[in-house]
Structure formats: structure tokens, C-alpha cells
Design a protein around this ligand. Structure first.
Ligand code: ZN
Length: 197
């Protein structure tokens, strides 16, 4: 761990570590307000940004509590993703609004150098608390909905690998760039244009 501006960049658990497979613990408002949890949230934001992640869940930094942070802002790992302002989600509950799905090529900070295609719901309702304990009830769509589903999956002990239907879509990042990126970006840019997020 190293220190930056008082925040700690934490070590990221990788696939195979049991902490990624255990469902995380729901937080009470009192525990959410505690200095330990507020520091954890600051550290998760710093760790996500340092690793160029689009999001990170608490169990990815070895803390088995139901918190994730999400932010997309010209992300070099996922340049086609629409921007998402920094969002802290505590005790999130996500539900699909209909049956529409989209096939998204995903990666994960806990699955180094691997990407693969998963189907995500296009329209979801997500309810959560922010870091101050305020309740939110929102509709998220498109790739942004996919990012929320990926992070909520983590909090349930699920990795994107579990949702890969066609294992021939699994690639290293290098081979994705060489053989798959152009076609994926064409398809997903048209999707983002249609859905608007
Ligand atoms: Zn992930």
C-alpha cells in the first residue's frame, strides 16, 4: 500500500481468492457512518482511479461489505463507455425493468488480462444508499446499466467470467486489441448512439 493525499491505494484481490466469492454484508446506517467505512470508501475511489477501473467493489479490496464505487471519465481501458460521474452505492438492489439485453465485452480488475462477452440487461432499476446514507432509486440504461450490474454481481460473489456464455469470446487484452476491438467498438458505438448511455 502507498499513500496519496491521505488515501491509501489498496491491494486488489484476483480471481481464485475466496473473498471474491463470498456474498458481502449489508451495512447498517450507523456502520456506514463510521470512520473505518468512510475511509474504505475514500480508498476504493483512489484504488479504482489508480487502476483505471470503471468501478470497484469492496470485496475486491478484501472488505466483505456491500459497497461499490463507479466512475467513468474518458477511461483508457474502456474508451467507448459513456461518462458516469463518481457514484458510491451502498446496499444496492438491482432489478431488470424488461427483457432487453445487450452483449458487452467486459474486463475486470480482479481478472487480470482477460476479457469476454456477457449479456447484460439494458434497462435496470437500482436502489441504494449513498455514502451519507441518503436513499436513491434510479433507472440506469445501456452500458451504464451494465457497469452497475457488474459491480452488484461482485457484491453477490459473482464474476463476469461466470456469465460468459461463449468461451470463445475470452481473450487477453492484447488479442482483443488485435482481433476483436474494431468490430466490438463498431457494434457498441451504434448501441450507445441508440440507447444514449
Ligand atoms: Zn470487476
Amino acid at each position: 500500500m502507498r499513500w496519496m493525499c491521505g488515501m491509501t491505494i489498496r491491494k486488489i484481490a484476483t480471481v481464485g481468492h475466496p473473498v471474491l466469492r463470498a456474498p458481502t454484508e449489508v451495512l447498517t446506517p450507523e456502520r456506514l457512518a463510521s470512520p473505518g467505512i468512510q475511509t474504505l470508501i475514500d480508498d476504493m475511489i483512489e484504488t479504482m482511479r489508480d487502476a483505471n477501473g470503471a468501478g470497484i467493489a469492496a470485496n475486491q479490496v478484501y472488505e466483505s461489505v456491500r459497497i461499490a464505487v463507479i466512475e467513468v471519465n474518458d477511461n483508457p481501458r474502456y474508451p467507448y463507455k459513456p461518462k458516469i460521474p463518481l457514484t458510491v452505492i451502498v446496499n444496492p438492489v438491482i432489478e431488470p425493468l424488461d427483457d432487453e439485453t445487450v452483449e458487452i465485452n467486459e474486463g475486470c480488475l480482479s481478472v487480470p488480462n482477460m476479457r469476454g462477452n456477457v449479456f447484460r440487461n439494458v434497462n435496470v432499476r437500482v436502489r441504494y444508499l449513498d455514502r451519507h446514507g441518503n436513499e436513491h432509486d434510479e433507472v440506469r440504461r445501456g452500458l451504464t446499466a451494465g457497469t452497475f450490474q457488474h459491480e452488484c454481481d461482485h457484491l453477490d460473489g459473482t464474476l463476469f467470467l461466470d456469465r460468459v456464455v461463449d468461451s470463445t469470446t475470452l481473450t487477453t487484452w492484447e488479442q482483443f486489441e488485435r482481433f476483436h476491438r474494431a468490430a466490438f467498438i463498431d457494434r457498441i458505438a451504434a448501441f450507445v448512439e441508440r440507447v444514449g448511455s
